[in-house]
Design a protein around this ligand. Structure first.
Ligand code: ASP
Length: 434
């Protein structure tokens, strides 16, 4: 069985076992010893430890991979004149796709009316954290200490530093060439580490999902079915219809090949609910399976993981309408435009880790003049939606990366069209490919 299929199978098995354990632990009359074994040894012990080690190993590779990949990409571009158009197209597409996402979400939610028949029964309570001032956000993009930026995993600062190093390498003559070839070797080595980790993914994915579903009650979905399924429907619509059409019309390539090659990335995004932790796999897939040259992938993917969150914006759009309806507030056209603008910006400011979209939702609600406590209404189903919206977030990054690479001729169509490798076609040294 190919690694992709094993990861997907592990996903399904983890969800099923987790849900079964949840039912057993909450319903059945279990002997005390068995309950303690399932609860403490299996879920709180084995699954928890394996899952946490898996996430830690993914995070371990993020900074080295982003750094070397972007340095290689920026130095190989050499001609710094290309940097501007690449950055411009990338930012433009990221912002445009997010604005489309939130607009579609608002339209869907206004038509479906997920909150219009809901009564506000219990008093909701949620305390919002104050956002930092915009000037600080801007200044904070520029690192004063590259080591600290790396230690903190500050992606935007690492991007700025790597671009500078790459530019200098391209313009430093012979020493630049020597250092450049060192970084290219480093890139191959770090990519190999990512592939080794991917081979272990079935265990990590299984443990993460089994633990999550055994502890998470799915009952909340029933109470919030209108909201939950509206968000889910828009997420799926955006992922398959909007991205599919954009991909076909702007990259002039088959979206089906893209979707089929994205499956492992989705499994990682779904089980970790973190674009940041998924980054090594996203980058590997975009470069090695979708054919994007690392001069574009090294820039677009880390940047996208940090600022491009279409799935998050969709949740925020639907949540705003839902909360307004539950509180009986009519959203004016101005309020809707404000939501489109702030949700697009909030998605830029949302960190690539689980659950942050809910925190930045406070910003959107505040701007639209809605009660921030409304967030408490939707917390119950947020983790599940977070998993799906993270998968949409990373898909958006991959779509934009291919579109930009193709328009900049930094794209290898033969790699994109090449079939999936099975277990028989191992790399020379035996590492299985996806
Ligand atoms: N978990 C999301 C991500 O990492 C962010 C969010 O919406 O909470 O992409």
């Amino acid at each position: 069985m190919s690694l992709t299929n094993r990861i997907l199978l592990a996903m399904v098995a983890g969800i099923l076992l987790g849900s079964l354990l949840n039912v057993l632990l909450h319903g059945a009359d279990l002997p005390v010893g068995l309950r303690a074994f399932l609860d403490e040894t299996l879920i709180g012990g084995l699954f928890d430890v394996v899952g946490r080690i898996f996430i830690a190993s993914l995070k371990l590779l993020v900074v080295p991979l982003v750094l070397v990949s972007l340095i290689c990409g920026a130095s190989s571009l050499g001609d710094s004149a290309r940097m501007g158009p690449i950055a411009g197209k990338t930012m433009g597409l990221y912002l445009a796709t997010t604005a489309i996402a939130v607009t579609v979400a608002l339209l869907f939610a206004l038509v479906v009316g997920p909150g219009s028949h809901m009564e506000l029964t219990t008093a909701a309570s949620y305390v919002a954290t104050a956002p930092p001032p915009l000037t600080d956000v801007l200044v904070d993009i520029f690192p004063s200490n590259p080591v600290k930026a790396m230690a903190d995993g500050n992606m935007l600062q690492i991007i700025v530093f790597a671009l500078l190093v790459g530019y200098a390498i391209a313009h430093a003559g012979e020493p630049g060439r020597r250092i450049g070839s060192f970084f290219r070797d480093m890139e191959a080595v770090v990519m190999k580490m990512v592939e080794v980790l991917m081979a272990l993914a079935p265990y990590g994915v299984f443990a993460l999902l089994a633990k999550l579903f055994s502890t998470m009650g799915l009952g909340a979905i029933i109470d919030l079915a209108g909201y939950f399924f509206t968000v889910l429907a828009v997420l799926l619509f955006h992922a398959f219809v909007v991205y599919g059409l954009l991909f076909r019309s702007l990259a002039r390539l088959s979206p089906w090949i893209l979707f089929s090659k994205c499956r492992p990335v989705w499994a990682f995004a779904f089980s970790t609910a973190s674009s940041g932790a998924t980054l090594p796999v996203t980058l590997n897939t975009v470069e090695r399976r979708l054919g994007v040259h690392n001069s574009v992938a090294g820039f677009t993917i880390p940047l996208g993981a940090t600022i491009n969150m279409d799935g998050t914006a969709i949740m925020q759009g639907v949540a705003t309408v839902f909360i307004a309806q539950v509180y009986g507030v009519d959203l004016t056209a101005t309020a809707l435009l404000t939501v489109i603008l702030t949700a697009t910006l909030a998605s830029v400011g949302t960190a690539a880790v689980p659950g942050v979209g809910l925190i930045t939702l406070a910003l959107v609600l505040e701007q639209a003049g809605l009660p921030v406590e409304g967030i408490a209404l939707i917390i119950g189903v947020d983790r599940l939606l977070d998993m799906v919206r993270t998968a949409v977030n990373v898909t958006g990054d991959m779509v934009v990366s291919v579109i930009v690479a193709r328009s900049e001729r930094q794209f290898d169509e033969a790699v994109f069209l090449a079939g999936d490798k099975g277990p028989a076609e191992l790399l020379e040294d035996g590492t299985p490919t996806l």
